[in-house]
Design a protein. Sequence first.
Length: 269
Amino acid sequence: MKKTTDNPLLDVQNLQVHFGPVSNPVRAADGVSFRIFPREIVALVGESGSGKSISALALARLVPEPGGRIIGGKIIFQGMDTLTLKRSGLRKLRGARIAYIFQEPATSLNPVFTVGWQVGEAIRLHRKGVRVKNEVEKLLTAVGLPDPKRTAGAYPHELSGGMQQRVMIAMALACDPDLLVADEPTTALDVTVQNQILDLLVELREKRGLSILLITHNLGIVANTADRIYVMNSGKIIESGDTKTVLRTPRHDYTKKLLAAVPRLHKVS
Ligand SMILES: Nc1ncnc2c1ncn2[C@@H]1O[C@H](COP(=O)(O)OP(=O)(O)O)[C@@H](O)[C@H]1O
Ligand SMILES: [Mg+2]
């Protein structure tokens, strides 16, 4: 959790990402600033199309090209501006320091390879000299998959959506990242499974000291997960604060509207 003496792990300043014609661009990120401190879980919340994914992809310079372009701002990660990194630095950053998981685990996994092979491949890519099979089983255990030996031999379609997402998290952890970006990680899952995945993220923060950027359109899932919240609308951060404060006393009408879409949340403990 945040200590005032810590330096931020990530400090995004006035990020601007445009799409479309230079003369009349779509401003997907229009001066976005946010910070993540070591071991923090920070939520980026907003309606679909508000610029959350694009802001997150920009962290590792993964904005879709052609068309998308970062035209301004600074992204200071571990003290370095990622926008000035050369190719080799970028490769290291993408592989080992910032890992991503996305909404649809089924489409991110390769249907023709076993789960164990795919997690093993992620390990082989990033870490030399480890016993891959052992490491695969350790990772599958770390993400709460039962019977890791059997799971390693399974194909993705043999697993439930929740288990597939756990496999994706295992692959993300294979490179021992400092920041995990989880972009709508539970949106495709039913509610019980959603909560299990969120609990896993919290556990990984505690056990591995991971920092997490949790992206969601659903304010309901952040109450028991995130330390702080940034609310995003039309490419801008319009409100931010610690989770309880934002949920109890939202200042912006847009935040109130997001909250109203989650009736249960009116009683935040
Ligand atoms: N590949 C793309 N081509 C053109 N415009 C895009 C593309 N991806 C995103 N955008 C623009 O950026 C805006 C923000 O997108 P995105 O960050 O994906 O939103 P969110 O993740 O909040 O749903 C979109 O509303 C769209 O206008
Ligand atoms: Mg998105």
